[in-house]
Design a protein around this ligand. Structure first.
Ligand code: GLC
Ligand code: CA
Length: 563
């Protein structure tokens, strides 16, 4: 019998854990599962009720676990399967759901499947991966012009069989061949294995890229990234997703969230519409692209464009459920990106940003450290540890050395390392993350930005997050209410209404580092009561106009009891 899918994620607030940087329990400088277990009370207290855990499987760590060498083992640095079971049971005790990362567009080149596949053209695992003959007389030219997302060609030559294999990420991350039904069955088996261990769902890494155009044509010209149009939402994507849904995902009370790289709101109905039986929700990059040029170069933040993206997602058909996020392990810190994260109003900024996305329709994610306003870090060249950063620097040093100073500035803003610095728990040495030497540099600002201090301060970022999450919980207006935006052209404020039956909220966020007056007389909220603010305001009643302080966020509630 089919399990009823309750769609619990509509009532969830997620916390994303990047295990390597979360909490180290044994002093080796690397976060681990026992470290996570030791912080579950903290998470419970914050009010979150679901965790997305970045990969913890066996991996040579070329891409910090996003290169898996055994899908059924825990990375020894993180612990054992017993630690994992203990973690699941401790989460269940606290009513915290667990969504694991499922990285199946590619494996590690150290996975036994690839080790076998490499051996020969008649090996039973040959077709688990995508092998092609090279071009040119000697067959040593790449099969097409597709690029790796980490710079350079997406093809790597392998001498043993004189063929190239495809890798959309690093050359240690060969792409699986989803055309092969055996590969799809392996993925189903992996999902079932973890469901049996108590997992509640999966965040599917770059899942929009699993179906490749089998003609492997050249991609249209682009200086940096080529080939996307031939594997983003490729020819068989919907068939593959539906197969996984019917044979695994849909048989459980699960949540399946896709990392839908390259997809936008227009693709949403086909991927996440409930009747499609493919995915439940998707993480898109549209919001992340607002302040980027060519998917990477930083551009000035434009609030108007930003709001437009959010609006498109808020206005999706009723059976499409949005994902709300500003941060994850691949993105710079939001306080450094959308405001002055080092200024004297950094606290108000972090709190305002929280209101600006958590009051929307969808499932919100808090990325570790976001709740205390962690910010970007300044690193020396050799302190960048992410494979993507290293490859970018190597490329520039090799071919464009004179622009290194510019590259450094860009990386300081964009590098994924910004999100990966260890969690700042206390003001003690190494921020209470480890008693040993941390695997990555800790942001020196931990002395004035850490969990312990913020717990004590009732007005801290942390306590504000807590209040806001509690406010959201069980609130039908926030979950199911309609969305109406006001002042869509303003480059200073984000103002919207959420309404359900006889209750409505007016949310106004000031994205500027200056005070501002807003006329609200025409919005139909006169007499509404202030229910939340990141300033010391209380019990205010809304009149015709409102003055907002630097990075101020307010929520007014209006009930029409006559209906
Ligand atoms: C996703 C992950 C990222 C990783 C890439 C390849 O984008 O979030 O961290 O490098 O996939 O697996
Ligand atoms: Ca450890």
């Amino acid at each position: 019998m089919e399990t009823k899918r309750t769609r619990w994620y509509k009532d969830a607030v997620f916390y994303q854990i990047y295990p390597r940087s979360f909490c180290d329990s044994n002093g080796d400088g690397i976060g681990d599962l026992q470290g996570i277990i030791s912080k579950l009370d903290y998470l419970k207290d914050l009010g979150i009720n679901a965790v997305w855990l970045s990969p913890i499987y066996a991996s040579p760590n070329d891409d910090n676990g996003y290169d898996i060498s055994d899908y059924r083992q825990i990375m020894p640095e993180f612990g054992t399967l017993d630690d994992f079971k203990e973690m699941v049971s401790e989460m269940k005790k606290r009513d915290i759901k667990l969504v694991m990362d499922l990285v199946v567009n590619h494996t590690s080149d150290e996975h036994i499947w690839f080790q076998e596949s490499k051996k020969g053209k008649d090996n039973p695992y040959r077709d688990y991966y995508i092998w092609k003959k090279g071009k040119g007389k000697d067959g040593r030219k790449v099969p097409n012009n597709w690029t790796s997302r980490f710079t350079g060609s997406a093809w790597e030559y392998d001498e043993t069989t004189d063929e190239f294999y495809l890798h959309l990420y690093s050359k240690k991350q060969p792409d699986l061949n989803w055309e092969n039904p055996k590969v799809r069955q392996e993925v189903i088996d992996i999902c079932e294995y973890w469901f049996a261990l108590g997992v509640d769902g999966f965040r599917c890494d770059v899942i929009s890229c699993i179906s490749k155009n089998q003609d492997f044509p050249d991609g249209k010209y682009n200086l940096v990234l080529r080939g996307d149009e031939h594997f983003t939402l490729g020819p068989r994507i919907h068939e593959f997703l539906n197969e996984l849904y019917e044979k695994s995902w849909g048989l459980h009370d699960s949540m399946i969230v896709a990392e839908a790289i390259g997809c936008g709101y227009k693709d949403a109905p086909d991927l996440i519409g409930e009747s499609r039986r493919e995915l439940d929700t998707m993480i898109t990059f549209e919001l992340m692209e607002v302040d980027m040029f060519m998917n990477f170069l930083p551009m000035k933040f434009n609030l108007k464009k930003f709001k437009k993206v959010q609006r498109n997602w808020q206005e999706l058909p009723a059976d499409c459920w949005p994902t709300l996020y500003y941060e994850n392990h691949d993105q710079p810190r939001s306080v450094s990106r959308y405001g002055n994260g080092e200024g004297i109003y950094k606290k108000q900024l972090a709190q305002m940003l929280a209101v600006s996305y958590m009051m929307l329709r969808g499932t919100p994610y808090v990325y570790q450290g976001q709740e205390i306003g962690m910010s970007n870090i300044k690193l020396k060249d050799e302190e960048y540890l992410d494979i993507a950063s290293i490859q970018v620097f190597d490329l520039i040093k090799k071919y464009f050395r004179p622009i290194m100073p510019i590259a450094r500035k860009i990386m300081a803003k964009r590098a994924r390392d910004n999100a990966r610095t260890p969690m700042q728990w206390t003001s003690e040495p190494n921020a209470g993350f480890t008693t040993g030497t941390p695997w990555m540099k800790i942001n020196p600002n931990y002395a004035d930005r850490n969990v312990e201090d913020q717990k004590k301060n009732p007005n801290s970022e942390l306590n504000f997050y807590k209040k806001l999450i509690a406010f959201r919980k069980g609130n039908a207006v926030i979950r199911d209410g309609s969305f109406t935006e006001y002042f869509p052209n303003s480059k200073k404020i984000y103002c919207f209404e959420r309404a359900l039956k006889n209750k409505k909220y007016l949310v106004i966020c000031n994205f500027k580092e200056e005070s501002i007056n807003v006329n609200v007389d025409l919005l139909g909220f006169k007499g509404a009561k202030l229910v939340m603010s990141n300033y010391a305001k209380q019990d205010e009643i809304l009149g015709d106009a409102i003055r907002l302080g630097v990075y101020e966020a307010v929520i007014y509630e209006y009930s029409n009891t006559e209906n």
